[in-house]
Design a protein around this ligand. Sequence first.
Ligand SMILES: Nc1ncnc2c1ncn2[C@@H]1O[C@H](COP(=O)(O)OP(=O)(O)O)[C@@H](O)[C@H]1O
Ligand SMILES: [Mg+2]
Length: 266
Amino acid sequence: MTQNSTLAVKATGVGKIFPTKAGDVTALTEVELEVGAGEFISLIGPSGCGKSTLLRLIADLDPATSGTLEIFGKPAHKARLDQDYGIAFQQAGLLPWRSVADNIALPLQLHKMAKEEREARVAELAELVGLSDFVDRFPDQLSGGMQQRVAIARALAARPKLLLMDEPFGALDEMTREYLQSELTRIAADTGAAVVFVTHSIPEAVFLSDRVVVMSPRPGRITEVIPIDLGEERDDALRESPAYFERVTAVREALHGTRVERANER
Ligand SMILES: Nc1ncnc2c1ncn2[C@@H]1O[C@H](COP(=O)(O)OP(=O)(O)O)[C@@H](O)[C@H]1O
Ligand SMILES: [Mg+2]
């Protein structure tokens, strides 16, 4: 096994140009990114900096214009066919005519998992996201936060070693959002999955991530990668700790491109 195949994501010199009537839009240029197995990475940056585009290239929903993308050492296209990752977007995207259990079961049916095994797996997933009492409900009978939890359970159903999430909590109120952030860190640790998480919330990126990837627009590119190093324990106490505020400040300064050279101040 080569070193690369142990990485969840490896992007080398990735660029994306969208030809439009008004001319070419360089959505991404020269993107270099490595996401380790089990690592939690957030992509953060202002609107239009290419976060969603990068996630879509990783998921092989769009082709890159230049460069290469490998998912667990495979070309992105092969990884998609092998369903090596789960996806959750801002809209939960549940099927309204299917119950919670049947929505979660969808990828397992596509994998042709036998009924008995499937039912056991759905029960396990419902437990994982705290929805055991709601498996018979339909999406329109659930709150937004619960719908997102169903979407996360569905994304995890086939035990992917990589989760791709584009502002999955963007439409939720702050309380629900913080609760689901805690849940997501627990789930990611329990399943050992790597996560690439798109957000424009600085506190959210810091709370969730091992590293925060800061991006900038026109052209979309990575400008800085900030290690978070807050340890394994992600709980509410962390949100009030000085170390947490320090990381929030570091990400904010990187985003504003005004990072102070503190070494020079001393
Ligand atoms: N299908 C498309 N056609 C043309 N331009 C696009 C398309 N998708 C994205 N873009 C452009 O690419 C840039 C990056 O977009 P996007 O990845 O959606 O940014 P973000 O998710 O960071 O807000 C923007 O300038 C956007 O207008
Ligand atoms: Mg986006």
